[in-house]
Design a protein around this ligand. Structure first.
Ligand SMILES: Cc1cc2nc3c(=O)[nH]c(=O)nc-3n(C[C@H](O)[C@H](O)[C@H](O)COP(=O)(O)O)c2cc1C
Length: 160
């Protein structure tokens, strides 16, 4: 299968997750991991799976990924299996006020997943959040492994 993984990253966490997802697909697949700033609609040609990811900032995804998706036609992702992920803080580890805000405003992945569906994509797994923590905002232990496993679920559910 031809698989495109698009990511938006201000720092490196999403990129590392995107690469781990890429490594989780079958070795016979053709996997491209591409920064959203470089994507064009040509990159969507002949793909069977599209995975997109962004850090959560202010409850949503950062640009340019949402703008790129919004500009696609409503049939652009027809017959493409799609999935969305983000990186985020773990709600339970935040103090009261921040925790409440995070809960109310939500996360990037569900928003990206809605966009993908609006453009005709078939969502094959639920949107997934990977956790960053600590003052240096690095990935929590085990998140890269989870990313690989998540890729395998996408592959299984795509069933091509
Ligand atoms: C300006 C800003 C806003 C943020 N807003 C949120 C938020 O609303 N919810 C959340 O869970 N994390 C939030 N975070 C934490 C980021 O999600 C986290 O640092 C990021 O996912 C790490 O990925 P990256 O290294 O690829 O940027 C925010 C971080 C920044 C810098």
């Amino acid at each position: 299968m031809n698989i495109l993984i698009l990511f938006d990253s201000q720092f490196s966490n999403i990129k590392n997750i995107a690469e781990a997802i890429g490594a989780g697909f079958d070795s016979q697949d053709q996997v491209r991991v591409l920064a959203a700033a470089k994507v064009t609609t040509k990159d969507l040609q002949d793909i069977q799976i599209l995975v997109v990811g962004s850090p959560t900032q202010g409850g949503g995804a950062i640009q340019p990924l949402p703008v790129f998706l919004e500009r696609l036609s409503e049939t652009a992702l027809n017959s493409i299996a799609v999935a969305a992920f983000d990186t985020r803080f773990l709600e339970e580890k935040q103090n009261g006020a921040l925790r409440l805000v995070i809960t109310i405003i939500g996360y990037a992945a569900p928003r990206l997943a809605k966009q993908l569906k609006r453009k005709g994509g078939t969502l094959v797994v639920q949107p997934k959040g990977f956790i960053v923590e600590g003052k240096d905002r690095s990935l929590a232990d085990g998140e890269l492994k989870k990313a690989k496993n998540w890729a395998q679920r996408i592959e299984e559910n795509t069933g091509k």
